[in-house]
Design a binder for this molecule. Structure first.
Ligand SMILES: [Zn+2]
Length: 451
């Protein structure tokens, strides 16, 4: 799932591509993709607005929209699967489009103010107030697991996974493609000071946690936030109301860099640990932004894939040598999420409580090195969480071999899917099934919608 660096990369790409463009219309074939309004109300409320900027809050993309001005609707219907010779046709269509003028025929707009749930909201979702035509608005886009955004000529090939299209007055389209359909898009009145939806009008949309790359996120602030917390570090880092934007990949990477065990209780951190964790989070996230994020699954950005996946130190490297000590990276499952760490470099503190979950030899006995509930007592023999099998001989267990093979196959299939998505064609079905994270048995596939 795209995390802070991936969403930041998409925001930066989009900013360059669509700032200043005017939205001429919207179409959607999957109503639940829209979280704020039903498709017709959404299309009416967004049409005519200029994209004035693109930002990010946590893992949520924010597309800032100005007041609506009338636009000339695109007259001819756009073919969904045009012939290969469509690019010149699209250019011609773009050239033929009438310029946006204030006196063009206005398109119908939704009534101003709050609207009734029954008429405009998707089933089970309370409709947000429709931004009035003269009000600033913000489009929130949460990509969830497989959301992708492309900006293409209107005639470009489009496959069946594109669930929302914003047609731009310049003849291009901003397409939201989402194989698994967990992505959610909302349109809200914008608080021009914060750039976020007007307080109280988009409940549950934005994370409450601190922005780890913001200027006001300091080691002191992290210390203050941690002082009120208990619980495992890994779980805490994934909590979007604690830190916004950190997900499974960068939590593992930051904990490895900080040499802190993922199961360590946050309340046991000393001040120097907090400083290490702070530095590690900032370093890992900044590096990932610079490398355009990690394209390990379906994540890709409008201007292309990221490369951070080639520089990850622990994520999906179970069985491979730790880049710091050479001992094998371990994988356990914490809170339903794959967790990768070095059991030599990242130790639980000594002491009677909270130690002795499987690692090393104990972990090797369970499928995939998975920590199981109830094994804590049986593995209590060791003095601390460390390699119990002679310092961590290199080489993988059979389940680790199997996992490495599956990870490689999954990544390869995902790369093929991303390329196909960019070309607008549905990926080869065999590649699709091989790349299905559930088929690969990855715990990441069981991500809950809230993450
Ligand atoms: Zn190590």
């Amino acid at each position: 799932m795209p995390e802070l660096p991936e969403v930041e990369t998409i925001a930066r790409d989009l900013r360059g591509l669509v700032t200043g463009a005017r939205i001429a219309g919207a179409r959607s074939d999957w109503p639940s993709t829209l979280r704020s309004h039903e498709p017709a109300a959404f299309a009416a409320a967004i049409s005519g607005r200029e994209i004035v900027g693109v930002g990010r809050r946590g893992k949520q993309l924010l597309v800032w929209l100005g007041p609506a001005a009338p636009v000339t609707p695109v007259a001819a219907p756009i073919p969904v699967a045009p012939s290969p010779a469509s690019a010149p046709a699209a250019r011609a269509r773009r050239a033929a489009l009438a310029p946006v003028t204030p006196d063009a025929a206005p398109i119908p707009v939704a009534p101003e103010g709050p609207v009734g749930e029954a008429s405009l909201a998707p089933a089970g979702v309370a409709a947000a107030p429709v931004p009035a035509t003269d009000e600033a608005a913000v489009l929130t886009i949460h990509l969830k697991m497989t959301g992708q955004i492309f900006v293409v000529e209107a005639g470009a090939p489009q496959d069946r996974h594109v669930h929302l299209v914003l047609s731009l007055a310049d003849g291009r389209e901003l397409r939201f493609r989402d194989m698994r359909k967990f992505g959610r898009i909302g349109l809200y009145r914008r608080d021009e000071e914060t750039g976020e939806p007007v307080r109280g009008e988009a409940p549950g949309v934005l994370a409450a946690g601190a922005e780890p790359l913001s200027d006001d996120f300091t080691a002191r602030r992290l210390h203050a936030l941690l002082a009120r917390r208990h619980g495992r570090l890994k779980t805490l880092l994934l909590n979007q109301d604690f830190l916004a934007g950190v997900g499974n990949i960068y939590a593992d990477e930051a904990l490895w860099l900080a040499r802190l065990h993922p199961l360590r209780d946050a309340s046991t951190l000393r001040p120097d640990h907090v400083v290490r964790l702070y530095g590690a989070l900032r370093e890992v996230l900044a590096e990932a932004v610079e490398r355009r994020g990690s394209s390990v699954d379906d994540y890709t950005a409008p201007e292309g894939d990221g490369s951070m996946q080639e520089y990850l130190r622990v994520y999906q490297r179970a069985g491979e040598p730790c880049l710091r000590c050479g001992r094998p990276i371990r994988r356990i499952v914490v809170g339903g999420r794959s967790t990768h760490f070095c059991s030599w470099c990242q130790r639980l503190p000594g002491g009677a409580a909270g130690r002795g979950t499987p690692g090393g030899a104990a972990g090797r006995g369970t499928p995939g090195g998975t920590a199981r509930r109830g094994t804590a007592d049986r593995t209590h023999r060791g003095p601390r969480w460390t390699e119990l099998d002679g310092g961590g001989a290199l080489g993988r267990t059979r389940s680790e071999e199997e996992r490495v093979r599956r990870v490689a196959a999954t990544r390869k299939a995902a790369a093929a899917r991303r390329a196909a998505a960019r070309a607008g064609v549905v990926a080869d079905p065999t590649a699709g099934s091989a790349a299905d994270p559930t088929a690969a048995g990855s715990a990441d596939a069981t991500v809950r919608g809230s993450a």
